[in-house]
Write a protein that binds this ligand. Structure first.
Ligand code: NAD
Length: 358
């Protein structure tokens, strides 16, 4: 099979981690008989430098024409002086909006080999940890009406949290479908004791649940969910929540895995199209030094194979290869202990390629 991938290396360590990820994808192609065609496009700071805007129209067009998008990271100090609306990071919001990426999937998986990096007590995570946060990405308070107004008490500001039934229903379906492929257990997180939008959220999630009788559904208020994630994280499998709650909870959940260099993510539209990227940023402090951990991006590519291309064995092969490299004792600097000699970005990629082909 042939698959067309739009590549957005971006800024900082983006090009380095994308280069290693393409090596791994090519190894998968060689082993399983697939062809991955890459079209490299500009977004972020490099696009500002070359085209005068962070998200050129051509980039969006090529992304739309591709089967999936793989992104490194955007941003960096060179563009920090720009006003908010012109900064490289605006490319991410533009891509989410223009590609209709309404569902953000953030797995928080603790590899046994990295258990030491987990800040929680070992007994809380023994046997590993595997949670997926499904976050609504294009609605809610980040996109609601907002303004700064004059009141009789001086200046005030507001941001409106608003969800339609349609928006809740489609993200709930993504989460239930995911639960069906995993432990058949779904936790919906809201603040229904206080917020009207959360009461609508809960009602619609309950309605969708009727189509998934095999899935065990429970509801947590967001404050309790935040507490339970560090108190008893293994009780969770799939969590579905709104944009702002998901922003916070996915960061919290992912921290139990120890390093930002290990965290993949997927943003999905309807019809299996998706954009895949590591959770980390462009890490300007280590850019170009062969120090970046490419595993988050490589694991993002595994998600792409699984969720957009439906290549389950191939996705497993990448994840197993990453696990093997860790089990063999290799670590990049961000996850190495003091007495361990770290491997560089390129060597890490080579080791994962060898594990895929081995
Ligand atoms: P960051 O994630 O880039 O870096 C935070 C820390 O983690 C740094 O010390 C960095 O060296 C380290 N780190 C990150 N990824 C790593 C990796 N793969 N391997 C080893 N170490 C890694 O966050 P930041 O410093 O807050 O942001 C830097 C720039 O990235 C900013 O311009 C920010 O706006 C942008 N950013 C972009 C995205 C994105 O493109 N999706 C996300 C977050 C931040």
């Amino acid at each position: 099979m042939k698959y067309n991938i739009a590549l957005i290396p971006g800024d900082g360590i983006g090009p380095e981690v994308i280069r290693e990820t393409c090596k791994v994808l090519d190894a998968i192609g060689e082993k399983y008989g697939h062809e991955f065609n890459y079209t490299e496009v500009l977004a972020g700071g490099c696009a500002i430098d070359e085209k005068g805007e962070c998200l050129p129209e051509e980039t969006v067009r090529i992304c739309k024409e591709s089967d999936a998008v793989l992104l490194g990271a955007v941003g960096g100090p060179a563009w920090d002086h720009l006003p908010g609306s012109e900064r490289p990071e605006m490319a991410l919001l533009g891509l989410r909006g223009q590609l209709g990426l309404f569902a953000n999937l953030r797995p928080a998986m603790l590899f046994d080999e990295l258990a030491d990096a987990c800040p929680l007590k070992p007994e809380l995570v023994s046997g590993g940890l595997d949670i997926v946060v499904v976050r609504e990405l294009t609605g809610g308070i980040y996109f609601g009406k907002k303004d700064i107004i004059e009141t009789e008490n001086g200046v005030a500001a507001y941001d409106v949290e608003q969800y339609s039934e349609m928006e809740v229903r489609r993200i709930a379906r993504v989460a239930f479908d995911m639960a069906m492929k995993r432990q058949k257990k779904l936790t919906s997180v809201d603040k229904a004791n206080v917020l009207e939008s959360s009461r609508l959220w809960r009602r619609v999630v309950e309605e969708v649940a009727a189509d998934y009788p095999e899935v065990e559904l429970n509801h947590f208020y967001v404050d309790n969910a935040a507490m339970q994630l560090v108190r008893q994280p293994k009780q969770f499998d799939v969590i579905v929540t709104s944009n702002i709650f998901g922003d916070i909870l996915s960061d919290e959940a992912s921290q139990v895995t120890g390093s930002i260099g290990m965290l993949p993510s997927a943003s999905l539209a309807t019809g299996n199209f998706g954009m895949y990227e590591p959770v980390h940023g462009s890490a300007p402090d280590i850019a170009g030094l062969d120090l970046a951990n490419p595993m988050a991006t490589i694991l993002s590519a595994a998600m792409m194979l699984r969720y957009t291309f439906g290549l389950l064995a191939e996705a497993d092969a990448i994840e197993n290869a990453v696990q093997k490299v860790l089990a063999d004792g290799y670590r990049t600097a961000d996850i190495a202990k003091e007495d361990e000699t770290p491997v560089g970005t390129k060597k890490c990629g080579d080791l994962i390629v060898a594990a895929v082909l081995g």
